[in-house]
Design a binder for this molecule. Structure first.
Ligand code: ADP
Ligand code: MG
Length: 240
């Protein structure tokens, strides 16, 4: 579904991505781990072209997103993104947050957009919050809404950038449970995370990024139980 070839990106002469290549198949759950500053967020942001890579290719369903002629808005609709800081619109109710993009970008009727939003809210146990404003929700609820908002666009792949890092510890589980359920339903997901338990249990593959490269990648059990590179061994000894 997504093929990344030799991606490079630097900011002000500092190399942040130094040749990333990987393939993501339909139904894959790829977890990305690695130290702070290793380029994980920049990689995700390049994937949906929030950043412009300096060189390399990103193919989504065979369309090269680095081609200036690519219809980025159309391609971006295939990718949902969930951020650490939720990014819900504070002045809109939950339901409005969920129906805005489908109505504006997919030209859906309010009725169609609301019906899907309500069904998805039901799925994450938040149907009774539809009329609330985000400020009245807990962090865990906000993040579940942010996931639903991404799902309302019916994306082919969901990108998560540390979706539980801003949450109080007691709310991490409810968000990971939703992500786990999504993974089991066959959703293609790329998840930057520090939740090693989640990566081990849910990932089909784990990428370890360090200094702008994928230093190691493997199935979770092999990667966690038998890390090859000294940098991954050292990283795991600090986080596990
Ligand atoms: P990670 O998500 O792994 O912590 P990031 O991709 O956020 O890493 O950042 C990698 C490096 O790139 C960091 O040194 C960061 O300061 C730098 N960086 C990221 N975005 C920008 C930007 N827009 N401008 C300048 N430097 C940036
Ligand atoms: Mg980051």
């Amino acid at each position: 579904m997504i093929s990344v070839k030799d991606l490079h990106k630097s900011f002000g002469g500092v190399t942040v991505l130094d040749g990333i290549s990987t393939d993501i198949e339909k139904g894959d759950v790829v977890c990305i781990i690695g130290p702070s500053g290793s380029g994980k967020s920049t990689f995700l942001r390049c994937l949906n072209r929030l950043e412009t890579p300096d060189s390399g290719k990103i193919l989504l369903d065979g369309v090269d997103l680095t081609d200036p002629a690519a219809d980025l808005n159309r391609q971006r609709m295939k990718m949902g993104m969930v951020f650490q800081q939720f990014n819900l619109f504070p002045h809109m109710t939950v339901l409005k947050n969920l129906t805005l993009a489908p109505m504006l970008l997919r030209k859906e009727s309010q009725q169609t957009a609301e019906a899907r939003a309500m069904a998805l809210l039901e799925r994450v146990g938040l149907a009774d919050r539809a009329g609330e404003y985000p400020s009245r929700l807990s962090g865990g609820q906000k993040q579940r809404i942010a996931i639903v908002r991404a799902l309302c666009m019916e994306p082919e792949v969901l990108l998560f950038d540390e979706p539980t890092s801003a949450l109080d510890p007691e709310m991490v589980g409810e968000v990971l449970d939703v992500m786990k359920e999504l993974a089991q339903s066959g959703m293609t997901m790329v998840v930057v995370t520090h939740e090693m338990g989640f990566a081990r249990e849910v990932a089909s593959r784990v990428l370890f990024m360090d200094q702008g490269i994928i230093m190691e990648e493997n199935k979770p059990q092999a990667l966690f139980d038998n890390p090859q590179s000294p940098r991954l061994q050292s990283f795991l000894s600090k986080v596990l």
